[in-house]
Design a binder for this molecule. Structure first.
Ligand SMILES: *Cc1c(COP(=O)(O)O)cnc(C)c1O
Length: 235
């Protein structure tokens, strides 16, 4: 067996195992499986893995660094037209135009300056969806995100800018109970939807906490290592 076909089998098994986990979590939570989408986060992994994932039917890809994403998903060859690219990493305003050029959904919009830079980069007629990243960890603001109290106003600014407001995103704080954090995110999502009913996306849950995220209304899981393996050897 070639390396390529061995890796294809490995990724195929991992995708099926993940699907079983998501199925079980949806059943436990009394949710429809169709309402939960998996974004496969391919950061640090090579384009050859992206191509295998595409062969295996994956259509939502996530990346967290602008230059890496541009190189891997654009410069190394165009992706099929039905693939959606999700940018999930912290975003500098000077990289916003680059990201607006390849992303369909930006999960990490957390301040007015980023809203303006993305809107400018996207230009007229470009369909870019913005999620408001919420900082659920007042202790460690290093990972980005808007303060919970700023989410509604930022949502208004997204709509005024001409970007499409998709919803909210968060990462569970380190060392905290993810269920408690995702419950707060679910609450904020409900409040945002009172003002913007179309903002239905709740991007929450990674390899280690996707069950808790599904229990608390996640519509989009961002999953890396559970599918691709450990990133340690790829850094
Ligand atoms: C890397 C990353 C993920 C995926 O994390 P895993 O634990 O590997 O599933 C999810 N969200 C963001 C923002 C990431 O940077």
């Amino acid at each position: 067996m070639t390396d390529r076909s061995a890796r294809r089998d490995e990724l195929g098994h991992a995708l099926r195992a993940l699907d079983d986990r998501v199925d079980a979590a949806c059943r436990d939570a009394g949710r429809r499986r169709d309402d939960v989408h998996v974004v496969v986060v391919t950061k640090y992994f090579p384009r050859s893995d992206v191509d295998l994932l595409l062969e295996l039917g994956v259509r939502d890809l996530g990346e967290n660094k602008a230059q890496e994403a541009q190189a891997k998903l654009v410069d190394e060859g165009a992706l099929p037209a039905d693939v959606r690219v999700h940018f999930v990493g912290q975003l500098q305003s000077n990289k916003a135009a680059l990201v607006a050029g390849f992303a369909d959904v930006v999960h990490s919009v957390d301040r007015p300056k980023i809203v303006r830079a993305l809107a400018k980069g996207a230009g007229e007629g470009h369909d870019l969806t913005a999620l408001i990243q919420v900082d659920l960890d007042g202790e460690d603001p290093g990972r980005g995100g808007a303060a919970p109290g700023a989410v509604i106003e930022l949502g208004d600014q997204v709509v005024e800018s001409g970007l499409r407001l998709g919803g909210v995103m968060a990462v569970a704080p380190r060392g905290a109970d993810p269920a408690e954090a995702f419950a707060r995110l679910q609450d904020l999502s409900a409040r945002l939807r009172e003002a913007h009913p179309e903002a239905k996306i709740v991007s929450a849950g990674m390899s280690s906490d996707l069950e808790q995220a599904i229990a608390h209304g996640a519509t989009h899981l961002r999953v890396g290592s559970a599918i691709l393996g450990s990133r340690e050897s790829h850094r």
